[in-house]
Write a protein that binds this ligand. Structure first.
Ligand SMILES: NC(=O)c1ccc[n+]([C@@H]2O[C@H](COP(=O)([O-])OP(=O)(O)OC[C@H]3O[C@@H](n4cnc5c(N)ncnc54)[C@H](OP(=O)(O)O)[C@@H]3O)[C@@H](O)[C@H]2O)c1
Length: 274
């Protein structure tokens, strides 16, 4: 049920993950401390970071400063591309834990499907999960064929696939595949990196007294997609969390679905070189 900022979705292993989290890509380490603290004070219970963001330490400090119990906060981090492979991933994960000053992660993801490496990286994530150092494990930027490669060798199915997802990139077939395999989709760049100047979204928003950003985040929830908008502004933290008190009609959902152009703001996972 998506009724409040504290609402969660059950992952395939029973772990509860909040529908809404704060993304902190491009947030400098110092600033991460204050925005994470403010987000938690606002009611957010999930933070999405990554080793490559360089702000895991700041995120960890923000969680501590909030005074909210660790088991009430859902922390996601990711194994970066340069650290992939079995042994390197185990080592990189330890470094993430140290920086965050945590003894476990709630969700650990493979950041991108690095060719020739992601299968071994997945084995490392399974090991971390079995030891109880991550409560859930998953992937990011995986197309269906990458997920099928993992399915062929794994003993654990990824619990989450975090991908670029927004009205201009609706990824319908990937969403259906994930749904039928009990893999929860999470939307990165849900707000199209701030490119919200789209008349249809604004018109729909005006009917509900909501902004284009709120309409898009609500569309995520109604599509069963977890969402992690980034903001460095206290006002927008609040705005982005006020999405649990309205319901888009089927007609409005259809108008938003019709915006899809398969347009990416980030790279295609079949063609990235970092
Ligand atoms: N797994 C991956 O490969 C991957 C890739 C990219 C991102 N991510 C994750 O997804 C998170 C979100 O994606 P993102 O950071 O790329 O972009 P985003 O959340 O789509 O958009 C963030 C941008 O929108 C602005 N914004 C936020 N709230 C707004 C509002 N209510 N109205 C108007 N503008 C608003 C922000 O500006 P202000 O800060 O000034 O408010 C910022 O410029 C990241 O932070 C990261 O955690 C993961």
């Amino acid at each position: 049920m998506t009724t409040s900022i504290h609402s969660t979705v059950k992952l395939q292993n029973g772990v509860e993950m909040p529908w809404l989290g704060l993304g902190v890509w491009k947030v400098p380490d110092e600033e991460a401390t204050s925005i994470v603290q403010q987000a938690i004070e606002t009611g957010y219970r999930a933070v999405d970071t990554a080793a490559v963001y360089g702000n895991e330490a700041g995120v960890g400090r923000g969680i501590k400063a909030s005074g909210v119990a660790r088991d009430q906060i859902f922390v996601t981090t990711k194994v970066w591309n340069a650290d992939q492979g079995y042994e390197q991933s185990l080592k990189a994960f330890d470094e993430s834990l140290n920086k965050l000053e945590l003894d476990h992660i709630d969700l650990l993801l493979i950041h991108w499907p690095v060719k020739g490496k992601y299968v071994d990286t997945w084995r490392a994530l399974e090991e971390i999960y079995r030891k109880g150092h991550a409560r859930a494990i998953g992937v990011s930027n995986f197309h269906q064929h990458h997920l099928e490669d993992i399915a062929a060798i794994s003993t654990i199915t990824p619990m989450v696939n975090q991908v670029e997802y927004h009205p201009l990139l609706a990824q319908e077939s990937l969403r259906a595949y994930c749904q039928s395999n009990d893999i929860r989709l999470t939307a990165w760049s849900p707000l199209m990196q701030g490119n919200l100047d789209i008349a249809v979204l604004q018109e729909i928003g005006s009917k509900y007294g909501k902004s284009a950003a709120q309409v898009v985040l609500r569309w995520d929830l109604q599509n069963g997609v977890i969402t992690i908008p980034k903001t460095s502004s206290k006002g927008r933290l609040i705005e982005n969390s006020n999405i649990f008190d309205f319901q888009l009609t089927d007609e409005d959902m259809g108008l938003i679905n019709a915006l899809n152009q398969n347009k990416r703001f980030g790279p295609d996972p079949d063609n990235f070189d970092f």
